[in-house]
Design a protein around this ligand. Sequence first.
Ligand SMILES: Nc1ncnc2c1ncn2[C@@H]1O[C@H](COP(=O)(O)OP(=O)(O)OP(=O)(O)O)[C@@H](O)[C@H]1O
Length: 224
Amino acid sequence: MAVATIETSGLTRSYGEICALKPIDLSVPEGEWLSVMGHSGSGKSTLMNLVGGLDRPTAGALVVGGQDLSTLTEDGLARFRREYVGIIFQQHHLVPYLSALENVMLSQYFHSVPDEAEARHALERVGLGHRLKNRPGELSGGEQQRVCIARAIINSPKLLLGDEPTGNLDHKSTLMVMELLKELRAEERFTVVMVTHNEEVAAWGDRTIYLTDGVLVREERTRS
Ligand SMILES: Nc1ncnc2c1ncn2[C@@H]1O[C@H](COP(=O)(O)OP(=O)(O)OP(=O)(O)O)[C@@H](O)[C@H]1O
């Protein structure tokens, strides 16, 4: 898989009676940073989960990096996620009794072979070279989120997904995390899809789409 383009056509996801995502046509070029906004329950996470191969569409076409995700087997989807996608959640999902370094190495374990030097380097890149041995409970919210970023980028994903990654952070930590993501993206050129409730966070992207009740109602270019 060479490039992280996303192409959807009539992409739909229903949960029984609930149509979480009405047919959506979306085209995200390689390297774009797309922000996804909308009120609670508008379908933001549903869309993010689909493009990240964490969920399957009910109908429509979904092609990411040239792969039609709707036709992949469970194993194929798992491989897609492993080789292609990095995810940062609002809840950190760090293991509380493991150090920052061990948390990053744990994710390597699922992708390939744990490599301490590589994990250390990833933590240094997010400015945590001095906090390797600390457990999540000993780190600030912003630092914990930076461990998550190290974990997400360690396998050089082509697509980085964020589900409210700064939702629990104060203004200063939010700025630090966004600045860090911007720097990493300038170096690695990955495509970003970031769900947020915060206009200021959305403005870090190139383009913002707005969902209402599962419908893409509006889009805005945030940067030239
Ligand atoms: N697994 C599920 N089973 C049933 N309904 C679901 C499921 N996941 C999401 N939904 C429903 O789909 C709709 C869209 O949910 P989604 O989580 O995508 O919204 P969201 O915009 O991300 O909301 P929030 O900002 O609150 O996280 C909601 O009505 C939600 O209740």
